[in-house]
Design a protein around this ligand. Structure first.
Ligand SMILES: [Zn+2]
Length: 365
């Protein structure tokens, strides 16, 4: 059952922070100084750190598991540190107990980590401070547009993910959050103002990627109207804080990368921008990203039916370029895994794969 979190942060601190003609006060409404840009890092130079970051909006399925597995294999082969982070700020979509389920699923595969779990919901003041800072430095502004208004904007082009590109209606429109609130009679969302220039970065898997954030993505939300931080901002604050140097994730998040890089820059942390590894996705037979519509591919589903982890790992091994085996232990995979052999194309999960997994059921567990 989906359970709405009751502890949504209030938008009030933002109001307090900007109450004088839109200029930030030295202390924000939370009673703490607005954050300074780059943190002094307390990790050894050259140490590489990555994170496993499940979102408890549902159980881990084979697609997520394969991303986490590759992330873990890369880390353990290269002596990177691993942080476990639970991305649980997406209030209405968070499922009660799904965090524990994700931890259990990861452990069932044999994956481990050195630090965490870190819960995003325990870090809300940090995201609010960063929002203050971005407002105060002119990198962000209040927006009172509804989703419908944005979609109806006749000229609005659509980003690759299908969402309408925000047309910039509220940029420069309000002198303060209070003014925006008074105008709409409700609290505004906060958007990041993206610069109108190409951004180029090198993805370890995809190579050089060029994107024009203004044209292709638009000004994006960093804090929702209800005061909750948006994914893009929370992730950057958390990654910077934990000293994350390498982010390994599915390439459905490729569009997030320029947004996150711009946030690093605007927060004075450009030097901490991590390396990105965007992996080709696991898709269903219809070519779409593996999801519920493709049947039950949750790890717990197979585990409950008596399919051993070694069988699931064997399917994942094929998807990681390790080769075709009937069963494989995680240690063996760690020895055999070669990042250069990861398939570069999207991989299709088929009904045959599902039957193959299920055929390994063992009666006595
Ligand atoms: Zn707006």
């Amino acid at each position: 059952m989906s359970k709405r979190r009751s502890a949504l942060p209030s938008a009030l601190p933002l109001l307090l922070c900007l109450k004088r003609d839109g200029h930030a006060l030295p202390l924000c409404g939370l009673g703490v100084p607005c954050p300074s840009p780059a943190k002094v890092e307390n990790r050894p130079r050259n140490m590489r750190i990555t994170r496993l970051a499940p979102s408890p909006t549902g159980a881990l399925h084979l697609g997520n598991a394969r991303t986490f597995l590759i992330n873990w294999l890369l880390a353990r082969q290269n002596n990177w540190k691993i942080v476990l982070r639970i991305e649980d700020i997406d209030g209405p979509r968070i499922k009660s107990g799904a965090d524990q389920q994700a931890i259990e699923d990861l452990r069932w595969l044999g994956l481990d980590w050195d630090d965490g779990p870190i819960y995003q919901t325990k870090r809300l003041p940090l995201y609010q401070q960063a929002t203050h800072r971005l407002l105060a430095t002119g990198h962000a502004y209040p927006c009172i547009c509804t989703r419908k208004e944005i979609e109806l904007a006749a000229s609005a082009p659509h980003a690759e993910d299908g969402a309408a590109v925000y047309p910039g209606t509220c940029r420069g429109r309000f002198s303060s959050i209070e003014a925006a609130t008074a105008s709409a009679e409700r609290p505004p969302a906060i958007r990041f103002a993206v610069p109108d220039k190409d951004l180029i970065f090198t993805d370890v898997f995809r190579g050089e990627v060029t994107i024009n954030p203004a044209r292709q993505l638009g000004d994006f939300v960093i804090a929702k109207a209800d005061g909750t931080p948006a994914y893009q901002l929370a992730v950057v604050i958390d990654d910077a804080d934990a000293g994350i140097t390498d982010i390994v994730r599915g390439d459905d998040l490729l569009d997030s990368t320029p947004r996150q890089m711009l946030l690093y820059q605007a927060l004075g942390m450009a030097g901490q921008t991590p390396r990105y590894w965007h992996l080709p996705l696991i898709v269903g037979e219809d070519g779409r990203r593996l999801a519920k519509r493709h049947g039950d591919t949750r790890l717990s589903h197979y585990r409950d039916r008596g399919v051993p982890a070694s069988r699931v790992l064997a399917l994942l091994a094929r998807w990681c370029g390790v080769g075709s085996v009937q069963h494989i232990a995680l240690n063996a995979m760690l020895e055999q895994f070669d990042v250069a052999r990861i398939p570069r194309e999207h991989i299709t999960f088929t009904a045959t794969d599902d039957a193959w997994l299920q055929s390994a059921q063992i009666s006595a567990r």
